[in-house]
Design a binder for this molecule. Sequence first.
Ligand code: SF4
Length: 355
Amino acid sequence: MSLVQNDAARLIVKNHLDQIEAPPSSLTETQKREKMQQIAELLKEHDATIIAHYYCDPEIQELAEATGGFVSDSLAMARFGRDAPQKKLIVAGVKFMGETAKILSPEKTVLMPTLEATCSLDLGCPIDQFSEFCDAHPDHTVVVYANTSAAVKARADWVVTSSCAVEIIDHLDSLGQKIIWAPDQHLGRYIQNKVGAEMLLWDGSCIVHEEFRARGIEQMKALYPEAAVLVHPESPTDVIEMADAVGSTSQLIHAAKTLPHEQLIVATDRGIFYKMRQAAPNKQIIEAPTRGAGATCRSCAHCPWMAMNSLDAIIDSLTSSDLSLHEILVDADLIPLAKKPLDKMLEFTASMKGV
Ligand code: SF4
């Protein structure tokens, strides 16, 4: 296994993070209800539905559920968006999720609360550098995580999410294929260790999951010795090694429900607690410690880009006269190329249980 070092891509992520403004202040319960009611009416008026990710703030997930929309992981969001009968999709998440919805349903209008909401994995894998890397290894099958731009997807043979990455790489390995994996190095390493496939890894990472530390979890385990540890595989290897359950967001919610433990130490974005509490209402859910627990930490178990999905921003996406602030557009030439590896994933996973 080898790892591509990419300083230029790391700098892009850092510069982007430096530009993030603080998330809006929290609303009173009455203000929240009023805004939700306004959005419900706007959705009807616009024939629109909300598709939200588990990492969004609880009020956004609550809104999606209350208005007949959907809350899930990126794989299920893609499926829901493709099959939704509405003409407009409001994707509350980050940009690659909006782009995926547009690629799968080019005839629909796809809006996002803000186009500024991106992802360190997407930013850390620029198409030009990635293409060069692929060109240098023409005998490899190119597999990219969903957290990538439309252009990177268009360059790939397969797109995967964390719900199905192990199974798809295992399948490709069984066919004797060598793999280029991008962009998350930790997830790539996890899959490589599990499957034993020959993989060249891009060195991207998630700024949220990379913050979790094995030592912090050890200290937490000392306080809660009976607790199970649940870890998303974008976390560092030594954190994954401490886990009782490793998996995608949907798989971790399922584990929270089915594991016998009464206490759960959870190493993923804290937005997931909203759904985890619904799934396991009587269990104690404990946030795994991160490296940066100080006041200046912008990614302490909550993605700063996911946090941009506010109720006000959703209202703006449905009322603004300037659609360029909200509408996802994907180059028409890229759509068929990016759709191909996405369709392969959707077809492959249609026969998998529990994804
Ligand atoms: S939590 Fe990490 S992987 Fe998810 S959108 Fe944020 S930066 Fe990207």
